[in-house]
Design a protein around this ligand. Sequence first.
Ligand SMILES: Nc1ncnc2c1ncn2[C@@H]1O[C@H](COP(=O)(O)OP(=O)(O)O)[C@@H](O)[C@H]1O
Ligand SMILES: [Mg+2]
Length: 245
Amino acid sequence: MNLGGETVQALVTVEDIHTYYGKSHILHGVSLEVGRGEVVGLLGRNGVGKSTTLKAIMGLVHPSQGRVLFEGRPITHLPAHRLARLGIGYVPEDRRIFRLLSVTENLRTGLDRHGVSKARKAELLDKVYGYFPVLAERRSQAGGTLSGGEQQMLAIARAMMLEPKIILLDEPTEGLMPRMVAEIRQIIDTLRSENVAVLLVEQNVPLTLEAGQRIYFIEKGVVRHHALASELRVNDAVIHQYLGV
Ligand SMILES: Nc1ncnc2c1ncn2[C@@H]1O[C@H](COP(=O)(O)OP(=O)(O)O)[C@@H](O)[C@H]1O
Ligand SMILES: [Mg+2]
């Protein structure tokens, strides 16, 4: 795929997917691409199908039409745990922290099914704690005692334990204080520097334009437009058109 003159190998390709919840037709042909190591934003008003798009990539919603490719191979009908092993991390909106497990135990759940050596697990845990010093300080605390922002970090950190090639992030800054929003922004930059791609669903437009390289706009279940973030930063007419802000 070609991004403003630069050729990047596609990591995830979504081709014209349609999904239903019961009889409600939700996605009406969503197509998008995320390159290796690329941070891509997905913006749109409430209820247009952003979360459903992430769920469809993660195998949690099954498209009735269209396909999803990972590194060029069709993955449309694979179960979520297989996709996790292939290298797709997913942090849902509700985070799904185990409230009674400690921070370390929460992180280890990311490794359980994985057949990784003990030494490697310890190494990964150290590495992830290196990125999240706040979590390292609270490693023995129960997940449920963390603040909203810390729980979001824990959810992202747990996804990182699987050494994904891409993480799908669903509104990671929702309800967080500005200081925590800045931390999440930094984590996205860290992922990018580690060559981990991110597909970022957000309501926070400035953050998405800063953190993302390319942006897709979704409207009523269809991708209407995509553009380089650098173009949108200097010309916000498109933002007005699709988001009304
Ligand atoms: N589990 C579900 N069952 C029925 N309808 C759903 C379900 N989840 C989402 N929807 C509907 O699908 C549409 C798209 O939802 P969603 O993908 O969550 O939107 P977004 O993330 O863009 O706000 C909305 O109209 C929503 O009400
Ligand atoms: Mg959503």
